[in-house]
Write a protein that binds this ligand. Structure first.
Ligand code: 3HC
Length: 281
């Protein structure tokens, strides 16, 4: 099946990046969110990122042409109208995702593939109520989306081969290098990435070293591009807590969220997006 129009639901950190790479690759993109303010911010972030890429000669075509392929709306009807691929990028809450796909099932074309950008939740469960479980797949993007090469494609229990093939072709078209993994809590990425973040926060609690020194140690000693605490600030402490809670329930004790993380989220210290996390921005 040929994908022409992509609908992206959720204009937050991941949603705007996903919309950007799709529009940059020639797709018509409709970005939807309940908040018009969030949509306006998303367009400005996309513009900023495109200008940065263009100034380094890394953008194919003109900024204006890419933006011309991107429309935004708070109306689900107009976002889903004619969509061949629907990518959900709303917060990591199963109820929210189920409700969104319930609405999308009624409004999107029958042939459309549904994809979830979930970091850890069950693609199989998300698919179950859509009436098209064979055409539901996980498309797990990484932050910052325009820069990160990986697309983790998650095969739910009912996902068919044609959908996986379409997902792999889509990944290549948007310039990503895919891996296809089984639907299992945390997949191949979050399960490992989260454990590192979890332990780093426990080490801060235990006073082993300062956040800056823990990050420095992993950057210089293990050649990670970013330390686990800087990365937690980039991803969002609330996002990482939600993933840990799910993996703790599904996989056990090693994922128990550190008390410090809970406290920081309660205090509104969510990382870069709130101006403070393990560092101040
Ligand atoms: N748009 C366009 N370009 C961007 C960008 C954006 N949003 N963000 C960064 N860049 C570009 C910069 O302009 C720069 O380009 P240059 O090399 O030509 O100067 C390049 O990317 C590198 O950026 P910086 O020089 O600012 O800084 P770094 O060299 O430290 O790179 C980084 C930044 C790419 C974020 C790097 O630190 C990195 O790879 N960090 C790890 C990120 C990571 O692990 N992400 C996964 C998080 S987990 C996740 O997303 C999963 C989810 O489920 C939560």
């Amino acid at each position: 099946m040929e994908i022409r129009k992509v609908a992206v639901l959720g204009a937050g950190t991941m949603g705007h990046g996903i919309a950007q790479v799709c529009a940059s690759s020639g797709f018509q993109v409709a970005l939807g969110d309940v908040s018009d303010v969030q949509l306006a911010k998303a367009v400005e972030k996309v513009r900023g990122s495109l200008e940065k890429l263009a100034s380094k000669g890394r953008l194919q075509g003109e900024v204006a042409d890419v933006l011309g392929r991107l429309s935004v709306s708070s109306s689900m009807d107009s976002v889903l109208d004619g969509a061949d691929l629907v990518i959900e990028a709303v917060p990591e809450k199963m109820e929210l995702k189920l409700e969104l796909f319930r609405v999308a099932s009624a409004k999107a074309p029958a042939h459309a593939i549904f994809a979830t950008n979930t970091s850890s939740l069950s693609v199989t469960e998300i698919a179950a109520d859509t009436g098209r479980a064979e055409r539901v797949v996980g498309l797990h993007f990484f932050n910052p989306v325009p820069v990160m090469e990986l697309l983790e494609i998650v095969r739910g229990l009912s996902t068919d081969d044609a959908t996986i093939e379409a997902a792999v072709a889509f990944a290549k078209r948007i310039g990503k290098d895919p891996v296809v993994v089984k639907d299992w809590p945390g997949f191949a990425t979050s399960r490992l990435g989260i454990i590192l973040g979890c332990e780093a926060i426990r080490m801060v609690e235990q006073g082993v070293a300062s956040p800056a020194d823990i990050d420095k140690a992993m950057k210089l000693g293990y050649r990670h591009p970013m330390g686990p605490l800087e990365l937690t600030d980039l991803v969002g402490l609330d996002v990482r807590l939600a993933i840990m809670e799910h993996l703790f329930a599904e996989l056990g004790e090693q994922f128990r969220p550190p008390a410090l993380l809970r406290q920081m989220v309660r205090a509104g210290k969510l990382g870069r997006k709130s101006g403070e996390g393990f560092y101040t921005y």
